[in-house]
Ligand binder design. Structure first.
Ligand SMILES: [Fe+2]
Ligand SMILES: [Fe+2]
Length: 215
C-alpha cells in the first residue's frame, strides 16, 4: 500500500482511526505529564515534563488540523472510561514505574509503532506526523535519562531489583493495553502494515531500550 490510497475507503477509515488514537494518546500524555510536574523529583524532571506538556499540546493541534482536512470522523476511539482507567493507573505509580510505563511503553514503543505507518501513509498524513515524531525522540530520551538518574540514586541492591522488574513491568503494561477494547492491530493491517513485522520491530525496540537502561 502506498500514498495513492486516499481513494481507498478501508485505508482512509483505518488511518483515520489511527490518527484519532494517536491524538487521544498525546492528549492523555499531556495531562498525565502536567499532573506529575509538581511531584517530580528535581528541577530537570519538572522542566522536562513542562516542556513535554507544550510539545504534546502542539501535537494535538497539528493532528486535529490534519484530521479535519483529511475528513476523519473525530469520534474518540478510546472511551472516557478507559481514559479514566489509564489516568488512575498512572496516578498510582511511583516515579520509576511512571517513567517505565509512560516512556518505555507509551512513548518509545508507541512512537515506534507510528513510525511503521509513516512509509505506508498518504503524503498529508506523513507530513502531519513529521514534527510530532521528531519530538517523541526527545521525550523518549528524557524518560530514559530520568530513569537512569532515578536508578542511579538507589542503593545497588534496590537498583538491581528494580532493573530486573522492568521487563516484566513492560510486558504487564503492554498486556493491559492489549486488553483495552481498541482494535489497533486491525487498523495497522488495514493501512498495509504486517502485524508480524510490527511485533518483531517492537520486540527489538524493547530489547534495545532494556540494554540502554542496563548500560
Ligand atoms: Fe506526542
Ligand atoms: Fe511524546
Amino acid at each position: 500500500m502506498n500514498s495513492n490510497n486516499v481513494e481507498d475507503t478501508g485505508y482512509t477509515q483505518a488511518m483515520g482511526h489511527l490518527l484519532v488514537l494517536y491524538t487521544q494518546v498525546d492528549q492523555f500524555i499531556m495531562e498525565a505529564c502536567a499532573e506529575r510536574i509538581a511531584s517530580a523529583p528535581g528541577q530537570s524532571a519538572r522542566l522536562g515534563l513542562a516542556k513535554q506538556v507544550g510539545d504534546e499540546c502542539r501535537h494535538v493541534g497539528i493532528q486535529s488540523r490534519w484530521m479535519e482536512e483529511f475528513g476523519v470522523d473525530p469520534g474518540p476511539v478510546i472511551s472516557q472510561r478507559v481514559l479514566e482507567q489509564l489516568h488512575s493507573h498512572f496516578r498510582g505509580l511511583d516515579w520509576v514505574d511512571f517513567l517505565t510505563d509512560l516512556y518505555l511503553v507509551v512513548e518509545a514503543l508507541g512512537s515506534q509503532a507510528v513510525e511503521q505507518v509513516v512509509p505506508l501513509a498518504d503524503p498529508g498524513t506523513r507530513e502531519s506526523l513529521r514534527v510530532p515524531l521528531q519530538d517523541e525522540l526527545d521525550h523518549v530520551a528524557f524518560g530514559l535519562s530520568e530513569l537512569h538518574k532515578a536508578l542511579a540514586d538507589m542503593d545497588p541492591q534496590l537498583r538491581k531489583t528494580r532493573l530486573e522488574k522492568i521487563p516484566v513491568r513492560i510486558q504487564g503494561f503492554v498486556n493491559f493495553l492489549q486488553r483495552l477494547d481498541v482494535p489497533v492491530v486491525d487498523w495497522f493491517e488495514q493501512v498495509g502494515a504486517s502485524s508480524q513485522q510490527l511485533c518483531a520491530v517492537l520486540s527489538q525496540r524493547k530489547d534495545e531500550l532494556l540494554s540502554e537502561l542496563a548500560a
